[in-house]
Design a protein around this ligand. Structure first.
Ligand SMILES: COc1cc(-c2ccc3ncc(-c4cccc([C@@H](O)NCCN(C)C)c4)n3n2)ccc1O
Length: 285
């Protein structure tokens, strides 16, 4: 069993404002007393007693910490420290000031292709690094993609929320039906064995949204959304895609593929001509 620091987190950090909350618990800004540096504290309630339904299983928190410790990358949020009290675990994480990609898109309806390509490159760099370590995120969506700051034109991307992430052991079969309906792959809905390819389906959905502001499979209800995914019912509506390049559509089509084995991997995405245009020299050959 992983051991986290037993010190009282408030002895080392001044607890500040709530930045946000979700299924995971609360995220608060915290200030390191020794240095004055500000961090993000992710406060997780831990289930006490086998019959309790409140809070998270400690084992799932241990898995998230193990994964965060394994994936140190410029496009993945950094974990600095972990504290535990009787019924709470606090993850001390780098503070990300640029907000969620979701809000960035909402403020702009949709993005220029050049902006979308820059975002996708960074998302794919971070995801490719995770996948190279046999770790899948399993909850990729614009809300879990944050921007390091609001001002730099490069919008340094940070992947967050590894609460559903999984580290595959050699030859292991893993199934889960967790995730957010709009973004989950057909094999998740069908409760089939999963792989890192499920993340690549989500990348296809995220790219579609970045370029159009629309969600490819969203229905009136979750049930309808799931039905649309299983039926592969989506289109590039000219009302939203008339200005989108055929290369961008090809990129999406090579990800929204029912058979996970036929989907592009993160590495293949980074070599796709939409992301990595063929140079004049290459064309001249
Ligand atoms: C590592 O796992 C997470 C990290 C973070 C995280 C890390 C650093 C950081 N700096 C600022 C913030 C922040 C700022 C405003 C709102 C939120 C959060 O409530 N919403 C983030 C996405 N949400 C859908 C999980 C988080 N965060 N959030 C949030 C949720 C996580 O599950």
């Amino acid at each position: 069993m992983a051991v986290f620091k037993p010190e009282n987190v408030e002895d080392l950090y001044e607890i500040g404002e709530v930045l946000g909350s979700g299924h995971f618990g609360q995220v608060r800004q915290v200030r390191e007393r020794a240095t004055g540096t500000c961090w993000a504290g992710k406060f997780l309630k831990i289930r006490k007693g086998a019959c309790s339904r409140l809070g998270l299983e400690r084992s799932s928190v241990e898995q998230e910490v193990e994964i965060l410790q394994a994936v140190q990358h410029p496009n993945i949020v950094t974990l600095k420290d972990v504290f535990e009290s009787r019924a709470e675990v606090v993850l001390i994480l780098e503070l990300i000031n640029g907000g969620e990609l979701f809000d960035f898109i909402a403020a702009k309806d949709n993005l220029l292709e050049s902006e979308a390509i820059e975002f996708m490159k960074q998302i794919l760099e971070g995801l490719g690094f995770m996948h190279s370590k046999n770790i899948a995120h399993f909850d990729l969506k614009p809300e879990n993609i944050m921007l390091a700051d609001k001002v730099s034109p490069q919008h340094n991307v940070k992947l967050i929320d590894f609460g559903l992430a999984h580290h595959f052991n050699q030859g292991e079969e893993y199934r889960s039906t967790s995730g957010t309906p709009q973004y989950i792959a057909p094999e998740v809905i069908n409760c089939e064995p999963l792989s890192t390819a499920a993340d690549m389906w989500s990348i296809g959905v995220i790219t579609y949204i970045l370029l159009s502001g629309m969600s490819p499979f969203q229905g009136e209800t979750n049930q309808e959304t799931l039905g649309n995914i299983i039926a592969m019912k989506y289109e590039f509506d000219p009302q939203y895609f008339s200005m989108t390049s055929s290369m961008a559509k090809d990129f999406i089509q090579k990800l929204l593929v029912k058979d996970p084995n036929d989907r592009m991997t993160a590495e293949e995405c980074l070599l796709h001509p939409w992301i990595k245009p063929i140079t004049r020299t290459q064309l001249a050959k």
